[in-house]
Design a binder for this molecule. Sequence first.
Ligand code: B3K
Ligand code: ZN
Length: 886
Amino acid sequence: MRTEQPKMIALSDYRLPDYLIDETHLTFELHESYALVHARLLMQRNPGLDESLPPLVLDGQQLELVDIELDGRQLSVVEYSLTDSHLQIQPAKHQFELSTTVRIEPQNNTALEGLYKSSGMFCTQCEAEGFRKITYYLDRPDVMSRFTTTIHAEKHRYPILLSNGNPIAEGEDENGRHWVTWEDPFKKPAYLFAVVAGDLWCVEDSFTTMSGRDVALRIYVEPENIDKCQHAMNSLKNSMRWDEEVYGREYDLDIFMIVAVNDFNMGAMENKGLNIFNSSCVLAKAETATDAAHQRVEGVVAHEYFHNWSGNRVTCRDWFQLSLKEGFTVFRDSEFSADMNSRVVKRIEDVAYLRTHQFAEDAGPMAHPVRPAQYMEISNFYTLTIYEKGAEVVRMLHTLLGAETFRKGSDLYFERHDGQAVTCDDFIAAMESVSGMDLTQFKRWYSQAGTPELQVSDSYDAATQTYQLTVKQSCPDTPGQTDKQPFVIPLSMALLSKQGTELPLQLQGESVATEGERVLSVTQAEQTFTFINVAEQPLPSLLRGFSAPVELRYDYSRDDLLFLLQHDTDGFNRWEAGQQLALQVIEEVVGQIYETDEPMLDMRLIEVFEALLAQEDLNPAMLAEFLALPSTGYIIEQYVQADPLAIHQAREYVSNQLAFALKEPMLARYQALRKVSLDTPYVAQASDFARRRLQNMLLAYLMRTQDLEIMDACIDQFGIADNMTERLAGLACLVNSPFSDEAEKALESFAERFENDPLVMDQWFSVQAAAGLPGGLERVQHLLNHPAFSIKNPNKVRALVGAFSTQNTANFHAADGSGYAFLADKVIKLDALNPQMAARMISPLTRWQRFDLHHQEQMLAQLKRIKNSGDLSADLFEVLEKSLAV
Ligand code: B3K
Ligand code: ZN
């Protein structure tokens, strides 16, 4: 809890650390009601600075200092000073040894940062600034140290004692206790430190690296989950191989461990050699985890593994550089997933996510650059902008340099900076060195917030056979930033003929034409590209593969979009044409809703969906993507002031019309797919993901017709499926249908069957929380009292409160403001327990400016109520300050 107003920390205030810590020797004594942490630090004055000996100021929070010694001599109370966040002493020598003992209470740590308990085991989360809740330290990423860690604990309760690196000694204590010592040969910042103690089982495997070293791989879980580790293990081995092949990166320790814990604020954490994971990102088997969950496990396992190089071997100098490791690592994991599954589907999923969520963040009060210039609470900056937009920035570099040069750049970066804590500028400098390019202007992507807009217009002159594309770029103002300078925007494009083939491309001044697509480099506020020898009036296919994180505006008619949807040679842009078409149709219906009770649907949407359904050779994954209408969240983002209820209603209307009009072909296709699913055992692979996704999407459409036979088919799929993907989709369809008795029965039997599996119960909560039928809020309120719910468990909070406020448009945005008041209540309650979660959960309310005046008022009222609710954490305080500052 905060006692004084949190301060802004600025990138421009960065100073080198006054002191360094060469060695860190930790001893943990773990008990049920307290833990003692002894730290022996071998320190020196930073040799890069002058000879003076300034005071040594160590970070430390919520610690009770029991003992402090300097070079073996106990300090008296006048020789150090303590505040609630720092310990200060005056060194007398350039090299010294500082020892402290502190007492902490992991069992009472509900913030899940530092050392805490989760389902009876001890575990840690230190990034970004959690280590200071374990011991007094220079808790900043540019202080890198060699760690040894000894853990003492009761042997019966905690047979497994883990930390980073390799185990080097172990033994028995008195009173049924035991100990293990771990040594990590690599220097690391404290945020990568980890400890685990528990009664865990492990699945073991091994991996032979490209230089022939054997690495032991271990996934530790609670005994009841031992049969849910194989998918994560396969993903880990695939990641290790991929990083060798694609980036030339080899693993560097003899052992790599993953531990699954139930209480975790985010997905996972890349601690050196000892990754700690939210169990939802490790455990997966057909019966209990959906395809989406399987893919998430694969992606997160890869992400954390890839951090071993992009993050651990080369780390961040300060937290302003967070995207240096996160943006790069997200780019790496998304390329990995693209290689393991379908590249175009992965791109579609990533872009849909980015445009719905990151664009919203970038347009709201929390907007910040990929490299922020200041923050109050760093935990608030683990954002979509740092991660997803950061990955897009790296992707643009990859596009501009080409795969081969980019690889040379990453090799140089890893080689130059191995063992160092560096900045985004260092990353760019490596890319400049290998490419000979000047990336000064490109770096504006790191310093300017907001989503750029690309306004494209064109003209064709048949007489001279020239075609001109005029591109104007601009970027909206964001908090604290106006008058943005032009970005470097790679604009991948092609020109399509009337037959849908790609026309040769020859820019004025070029002597020959090139085939296919090319990447135009847009660098000015306004720029015209003139193509010559263009034989016919072309249709441009722009921003192919979403080559830059921008809003593209080009005045396509609906017929143009229909043409692109059928003929564009770029799979991503085919999908995009369908999305823009559906968006236009839905927006039209939104307009009609205000004027008449009988909206009119543009029949061309139905016709094209029908044609797609009939296209036998169309990949089911792509068909599923085509049939998925733009999400409500994405549609809301297209408005200056959105009426969420009208948008929801319009989207429902369009979905229903499609369902009734296409019932027959949808049913035929559904039945065929369902038969394949029945006849084949579950496999977690792309082609099967695609089949089940299409099958379930068709079922959802079909259930809209309220046909009793279809309901029976749905109950059948729900009841006898051998996998969670089909079962849960069946359940969701029933819960969203008017067949309430059947829905209740299904919910009951599902809960009975899976009551002992917390991750499955999370799905059960989410399905209900997202259901848009009337009475949704009452249902969620009721579920808060369900024995499987706990407000202390982040997965549960996300499953119920999070799903309600992000997926249940009709009930969350209820006109009387009850949905907002509910979220505010939960945020206030959460803040006292877990500030990081509170600051995350509040985010739907921070988007108030996007909505119509009525909804704005209701949201603002709740934000103010939270603000006045009492003592707030720094996390929540910062979000509220920014949200209310406008
Ligand atoms: N690096 C961690 C983030 C932990 C942040 C906690 N506030 C997860 C990841 O991006 O891999
Ligand atoms: Zn990461």
